[in-house]
Every structure is written in C-alpha cells, then in structure tokens.
Design a protein around this ligand. Structure first.
Ligand code: ATP
Ligand code: MG
Ligand code: MG
Length: 554
C-alpha cells in the first residue's frame, strides 16, 4: 500500500502539508444527498475520502446534503449509513446541512446588510432571460438595487411563510457580466412550502447547493472538499461565498475536483436509477442487477471486492468508462479466497450407476476450499442415482469434449470414475436418463492405482435422494449497451436487457439447506452464488453473483 503512487488529490494534500498546513487540521467529508441509494460511483468517492482519512489519520464526516425536501427522505439517510458502514468505513460525525439552516440564514441576513444580497421578485422565466449567454453579459434585475431595509423585511417575510412558492428568491449581488455564468447573481434561497424529513415545517425557505455546501464545509472545518468535475465552474462561487464569512483564524476549506466514475452496461445516476425502480424495470433499489451498493451487497459482492476495485481504478482528472468486467474480476478474486466450494447442478439430468448397490449411501470426503487451508473438509452423500448437468453429456462428441459421452469416462468430483453406457430419450428426443457403470476401485483419495488413473474430465454432481431443490436467479447485464445514457437519439431505457433475469430450479447438495442469508459459495465449475434474503426454510433462493470465468471476454 505504501509503495502505491499517490493520486493527484493526495499530491494536493501533500503539497499543502509541505507548505506548512498542519496535519492535525486535515479533515474530509463524504456529502451524499439523501435522495436515493448510493451507487458504485459513490463507492469511489467514499473510498477516496475515507481513504484520505486513513492515510492521514484524519477525521471524515458523513454529511447529508439535505437542502431539497421535495426529493429527500429518512429511508435514504438510513440506507446511506448502512452502505457506508458495510463498505467498512467509520465516520467521525454524522452531519446534516439542515442543522446549519439557522447559521446559513443569519449569514444571509449579514450579506443583505452588507449590500451583497437582495430579494428578487421576478418570475424564474424573467430571471432566466436576463442571464445572458457565455459570450454576452446578463441584464441587471429591476430589483437589484432594492434598499437594505426592504430586502431585510422581504427576506424575513419569506422565512415566516408570508409568500407563495416562486414569488421571491434571495440572490447574491455579484456581477451580471461575469464571464462565469454561475457568478451572475446566483440564487441563495427559494421558497418551498414543503415539510423536511428533519426540520419538518420549521422552514419554508431552503438554501441552494452553492450557498450551503462551502459554508457547511467551513462550519465543520473540512480542509479539503472533494467533489466531481461538474462542480469545477462552481469553485469560484464556492470561494466567493466563503470570502463573505471566513474568519482568518479558522480553516478555510478548499474545493478540488475529480472525475465521475462510469461503469459499463449500467447507469450511475440516482435519478436514472430511481426511474428503473419506479417503472418496475427492477424490483427495488437493492435488486441484484442494480449498480447500487445495496444491490451489489444482495448480489453477493463483498465490501473488499468493491474497495479493491475502487483502489485499482483510482481517481482521474477526466471521465471515462470502466468496464464492469473489472469489478467482476475483483469479486471473483475475493470470493475465490473466501467462498466454500459446494456442488450444485443448475440444469439437471439423471445418471443411474447400474453396477452400484441400490441400498447404499456412501459419504465421500471433500475439501471445502483448496484456497483456504483452515476451511477443512465435509462429507457428501453418493448413491446409485445422481444428477449431472445436461450439457456435461453428449451421445457423441469429438476428442475435445472432455465431459461425458457414450463409451467415455469421467471422474465424479471427490468420487469415482464412471463410464456412460446407454441413455434414454423422451418422444421429443430429449435425454431423460443416462445409464453408467462405475469403477469401484477408482475412489478419489483411496490411494489405489485406479484412484490415480487420469481421465480428462471431472464433473460436479449431486445425489438424487439427497438433493435439495433451490431457486437460482441468474443475472445478466441490465443494459445491452455499454453506455446506455450517452446516445443522442435514444433514451437509456431503450437499452434495457429484457433477459437480465432468468429463474431456474437447481438441485443442490444437502449441506446447503442450512445456509444463511448473504453466505457465499462457489458452485463447483459454475460460479459464485449467495443466499438471497427471499430464501425461507421451505425454499432456498440463490443469486448468481458472478460466473467463474468471464464469458464476456473475447
Ligand atoms: P447522482 O447524479 O447519482 O445523484 P450526485 O453527485 O448528485 O450523483 P451526491 O449524493 O451529491 O450525488 O454525491 C455524493 C458524493 O459522491 C459527491 O461528492 C459526488 O460528487 C460523488 N459522486 C457521485 N457520483 C459519483 C460518481 N459516479 N463517481 C464518483 N463520485 C461520485
Ligand atoms: Mg449532489
Ligand atoms: Mg444528484
């Protein structure tokens, strides 16, 4: 870790420290708006901010940017806290921009008194017309020179609820000819007669993002306020607002920007994810196909895998698209170490071993995880009738088919070598049963010459009388296009993959009947699977977290 090159944000912090900024004053924050669930893009921002906290032993606040009561809810606050904790991070303080409403109001009054803010009573349409263009200056509002007394009275009236929504706004008096359009008298407050999930009906004016964010950073004494690139043009305004309130003896926060992370075959925008939820394209924010942290958790992704992924992609100065297969690589790599191996047959066909005793059940010893010595061994039942995968058998096949074919041999994992003799078909020609013989001396681990005999293929299998039927949810990409929300002529919704969920009934080994929610397994030769919360004592439900190999690789 120490040897890893610093990212450009860490370089900025290092330069500040070299220039004399005291290390003990470093402080960071992660500032989600509670208007949806966190997604994989947020995971990058969380890893960046909390990663800085760990690197410099500095506190990191979790700050809810809750200034828009129309879209924000307690449900989202709770989900965000759960997700950040689950990723493995601890915040110093749980903060809310809404806790600063009074302070922000007092500062706004101060700005009015200093002639730096005014109440504008035009319609939003008129104000928009006066904004000008990037090459032409805007036009001053007819209310721009309202006297201070009148402004104070109107602003107090706005706060007291005397006026309807849209009738007045408070604007900063900066410069309608500024080359940065955001500096053309930006709105600081609007009237919203809406209850807030924390302040209830205490307020009916709400501060805008630009007015709130920097001042909140200042109140919390955040040293480095990291945000995504679209806020780069806001930095000038962030600094202007700070200039109005900063005390020279206190820490002045510094905004710096990094590129948003985009993941292929999905969308990372709460607004778009909400659309998927509301239009029932998915079953909820935590649907395992969603790129939300809660969806990834339900899918069986681990916090370590997500953190390793975020660390690997690092942060960038320019936006680009990260292929989701890189995330899946990290999921496999982590689960390979952790997930016990079990046997499950997803698409079963019955095999009858004709020379094996009908009454017999043999318990075969098998390793739980070859990647983890401490994982130990378990016993699995073997009987005359077993299930194997349909696709592991062909009546005829060429020499490259290392699975079972008539007249050919395979080893059953942790068991015997069997040879396919005949098979039975239904009227449609589907194979319904395969008759095999086994070599009684070939048992794995028995030390006999036959047990060491090399056959090309090894198959997973499950004993028919012991098998437990389980629902398995097999997921595919949610979108067929790698960048569904970047097309000029089409909506991202046009690219929803109609086959992103397939539900099948698998036959799994009996040890799995006691598996618990979120437990991870490797189904031998198939992939990683976990127990879904929909699972009950009567019916096991698994999610396919990720197949073993990247079938998408070319
Ligand atoms: P969305 O459009 O999904 O709502 P947002 O930026 O409005 O995203 P916030 O809740 O404001 O969402 O985000 C909290 C923090 O996470 C911000 O600092 C934001 O810049 C960062 N963030 C959001 N999306 C990404 C992303 N795709 N990649 C990296 N950081 C992100
Ligand atoms: Mg935001
Ligand atoms: Mg947003």
């Amino acid at each position: 870790e120490e040897k890893k090159a610093l990212n450009f944000i860490e370089h900025i912090v290092e330069e500040d420290l070299e220039a004399g900024f005291p290390k003990k004053h470093l402080r960071f924050r992660f500032p989600p708006e509670p208007n949806g669930y966190l997604h994989v893009g947020h995971a990058s921002s969380i890893c960046l901010n909390f990663g800085l906290g760990l690197r410099y032993s500095a506190p990191v606040n979790l700050r809810f940017d809750d200034t828009n009561p129309v879209k924000e809810e307690k449900e989202f606050v709770d989900a965000i806290k759960k997700d950040v904790s689950w990723l493995g991070f601890e915040w110093e303080n749980e903060c809310y921009a809404s806790d600063y409403f009074q302070q922000l109001y007092d500062w706004a009054v101060q700005l009015i008194k200093e002639g730096k803010a005014y109440v504008d009573s035009q319609t939003s349409e008129d104000m928009a017309l006066q904004k000008g263009t990037p090459t032409e200056p805007g036009t001053n509002s007819p209310y721009r020179n309202r006297n201070i007394e009148e402004n104070l009275e109107l602003f107090a009236g706005m706060k007291e609820g005397k006026y309807p929504e849209g009738s007045h706004v408070l604007r900063a008096k900066i410069d309608m000819a500024a080359s940065n359009m955001l500096m053309r008298d930006p709105i600081m407050y609007r009237i919203l007669h809406k209850a807030h999930h924390r302040t209830n009906t205490d307020w009916c004016i709400y501060p805008m993002y630009d007015w709130t964010h920097g001042e909140s950073d200042y109140i919390e004494q955040v040293s480095h306020s990291l945000c995504t690139l679209e806020f780069a043009p806001h930095r000038e305004l962030y600094d202007w607002f700070l200039d109005q309130v900063v005390d020279k003896n206190k820490i002045r926060p510094k905004q710096r920007e990094f590129a948003r992370r985009n993941l292929s075959h999905t969308v990372v925008s709460k607004r778009k994810l909400l659309q998927l939820v509301e239009q029932n394209v998915v079953k909820g924010w935590d649907d395992p196909r969603m790129p939300t942290i809660s969806g990834m958790r339900r899918r069986g992704y681990t916090p370590e895998a997500i953190r390793n992924f975020a660390d690997t992609i690092g942060i960038a100065k320019r936006e680009n698209l990260i292929d989701v297969s890189l995330l899946e690589f990290h999921v496999r790599e982590d689960l390979n170490k952790k997930a016990p191996r079990v046997m499950a047959v997803l698409n079963p066909v019955k095999v009858v071993i004709t020379n094996y005793d009908k009454e017999n059940t043999e318990w075969l010893k098998t390793e739980n995880n070859p990647e983890d010595e401490s994982a130990g061994f378990r016993e699995i039942p073997f009987t005359r009738e077993i299930y194997i995968e349909k696709e592991d058998f062909r009546e005829e096949a060429n020499r490259k088919f290392f699975r079972l074919k008539l007249g050919g041999e395979v080893r059953l994992k942790s068991g015997y070598i069997i040879k396919a003799e005949t098979c039975t078909k239904d009227a449609q020609g589907n194979i319904t049963e395969i008759q095999c013989t086994y070599d009684p001396k070939s048992k794995s681990g028995s030390g006999t010459e036959e047990s060491l005999r090399k056959v090309k293929g090894t198959l997973h299998w499950v004993s028919v009388p012991h098998a437990v039927a389980a629902e398995v949810r097999v997921y595919d990409r949610l979108f067929t296009d790698e960048s569904p929300d970047t097309h000029k002529d089409k909506e991202f919704m046009d690219f929803v993959n109609p086959d992103s969920l397939k539900i099948i009934t698998a036959q799994v080994e009996p040890s799995l009947s006691s598996a618990k929610v979120e437990e991870h397994f490797q189904f031998q030769r198939l992939g990683y699977f976990n127990i879904d919360p929909d699972s009950t004592a009567e019916k096991l439900v698994f999610n396919r977290t990720v197949p073993l190999r990247d079938s998408w690789a070319k």
